[in-house]
Ligand binder design. Structure first.
Ligand code: GAR
Length: 191
């Protein structure tokens, strides 16, 4: 069975949505490992409470963070590396080792609303400032540069009159939760 390892920095609602899709039987995979660069990340509590292997790996905990990430991924026998709100640039050795089998979800259209500094509410503020009629999450392959790999899936989310970055973020997040597992199933699960 496909073994997923997820990297996340905070709340972890996308990790929870993947876990729910697996539990429902919609995504034929196993969540093998959850890694966070933040010791207090809710996603670590989420994983631990469900018996998923978890690790806190950062530049503070490990002198060679990239090597520690690679070891953890290898110990978990990772098939696919899933970035889900991981707010850190990935070590290039990890990018190389998981080329073609690492994906990220971004809360806006790419490449227009991606790149350095474009994360979380910054993306939604930029979308509103640009006056877009439609936004939506993008799932893409991970490459050495921020938000630059090939797009694997996009879910349109209409911008509504009166939207704030927060209201838009909430609707885009709901779309993320329904998009990510479908893309993983389409791209990596052989029927
Ligand atoms: C999600 O909206 C994700 O798209 C975004 O962070 C949020 C994490 O939420 N990622 C980025 O902005 C990456 N550039 P979650 O922790 O609840 O899944």
């Amino acid at each position: 069975m496909l073994r997923l390892s997820a990297f996340a920095s905070g709340r972890g609602s996308n990790v929870a949505a993947l876990h729910a899709a697996i539990t429902r039987g919609d995504l034929n995979a196993e969540l093998a490992l959850v890694v966070s660069n933040n010791s207090g990340a809710k996603v670590l509590e989420f994983g631990a409470a469900r018996g998923i292997a978890t690790a806190h790996i950062s530049g503070k905990t490990h002198a060679d963070e990239g090597a520690a990430l690679l070891d953890a991924l290898s110990d978990a026998r990772t098939d696919v590396l899933v970035l889900a709100g991981y707010m850190k640039k990935l070590d290039p050795r990890v990018v190389d080792a998981y080329r073609g089998r690492a994906v990220n979800i971004h809360p806006g259209p790419l490449p227009e609303f991606g790149g350095r500094g474009m994360f979380g509410l910054h993306v939604h503020s930029a979308v509103l400032a640009a006056g877009l009629a439609e936004t939506g999450p993008t799932v893409h392959r991970v490459t050495a540069d921020y938000d630059e790999g090939a797009t694997l899936g996009f879910r349109p989310v209409p911008v509504q009159a009166g939207d704030t970055p927060e209201t838009l973020a909430a609707r885009v997040l709901a779309a993320e939760h329904d998009l990510y597992w479908r893309v993983l199933a389409d791209v990596f699960v052989t029927p």
